[in-house]
Write a new protein. Sequence first.
Length: 560
Amino acid sequence: IASIEKGKLYLMDRSVLPNYVGYEQDSDRMDALGNVFPLLFFIVAALVCLTTMTRMVEEQRTQIGVLKAVGYGTWAVAQKFLIYGCTAAIIGCVIGCIIGTTAIPWIICTCYAIMYTLPAPVLAIHWGTLIGVAIASVGCTVLAVLWAVWASVVRTPAALMRPKAPKAGKRILLERITPLWQRMSFSAKVSARNLLRYKKRFFMTIVGISGCTALLVTGFGLSDSINEIMDKQYAELNHYDVLMVLKNAKFADSEPIRQVMETHHADSVLPVHRETLDISANDKTYEADLFIPKDLDSFPQHMTLRNRKTGNMLTLDNETVILTEKAAETMGLSVGDSLKLIKDSGKTVLVKIGGIAENYVGSYVYMSPAQYEKLFQKSPNYRMLLAKLGNTADGTDFAEAMLDCEGVTTISLVEEMKQSFHNMVTSINYIIVVLIISAGLLAFVVLYNLMNINITERERELATIKVLGFYEGEVGAYVFRETLILSLLGSAAGLVLGIFLHGFVVRTAEVDMAIFGREIAPSSFVYALILTMVFSFIVCLAMLPKLRRISMVESLKSVD
């Protein structure tokens, strides 16, 4: 008992508990994502509302003229549409608030309960947020209604009681390319002209579909970013299989440890000094690990230091340090900047950054042994060993045998570290599912609304071509071709927009101890494009019955 070392007392609050900190960070990420996606849906909702109310006003054009003719004023007529629009907005806002404060939080909390042990969720109502959302929703609707109705109600009753003249067709740029234009079919020529004939619908489709595709690119890209961490960190950057911590550096050469390593074919072992300290620059403080390899020549066999953007290899020297990318990005540092290293003892030294290293898990400052001795006037304590096992060695057996050796306090297998990190980022998968579902709903709402309006506005035109002998499939192709072309154009814009949205979401969803990949796999762009076109095709199929129900007799009756 007398030989037992005197224990140390550590006083820690819940802010240092991994699960508590992890759940807090997950909540912060959801909060940050919640600040950007509602804006996208508000824009689309405003466009849908504007298009719908414009169509409603056009349908009741004659009624507006009659009301004005019998003495109703401009404001009295406009009130009818304002009341209708506000009523729909209020009902939708109430339903949305109920779902947003009950169902969605419950689903999110249930998903996170898979990772964390949580009590039953307490669904709180934030009246300030709800009131703000209600004001924004109703205000958006009112502005859309005023924009749609004002151009009509200010006109004379005589003009309103006559049907609005259809938009005149115009020559398009494609017609000037004579060899191409002459080889196009009649349907293709009509579709090409109609694309820009209805400019409001054109731009709304482009905006809605580009938002849909951008969400899909973001979702698939986020999955790529997470998977990229595993492949690059534990295959391309870290080459060791086991990390061991010793009571003292003298145990590294002990006979029991050497025998276990020989038995399990640990053919390459590197002693390193590792300690946690604070780094400071630009009025920001960040926690990182100081990492010092004993043998600089064998260091590349266990770890690769390279710049992510250029791919250039980095080497340690006796004048500068190498900082990992996450810490450099957080603190706004680049090569050549100065960095303060603050140890637990309070000693502070100033170093110069010689390179920014690619790293995805953790934040490190790499330093040579000679520089450490010069700065801190003492030798590094190589209490950690990095080992590479033979291809036939079993990591679990090696860990159990090593823990039986005197002097070994902790041993970590890379495979277990990979699994632990994988469990930590699993919550991001729920964000991906939400993005894909939201993208599908967005595409369906936008396309269904626009196509419904398109068919209603062109009933006489579609009835005419039916009378002229077009079959149902030809009539469908006549209308749907325009939608699919606009969807393809919107998807192309969304692929570009998705790159920027993905960059924002990746930086927002990152945890403090990791940096996600910044690249999107080419297959993700392909999947996003295919899914968007599938959504468009489903909407086209849903609208086929409406085309079949067009009555040629009723649609072609004289409006006089």
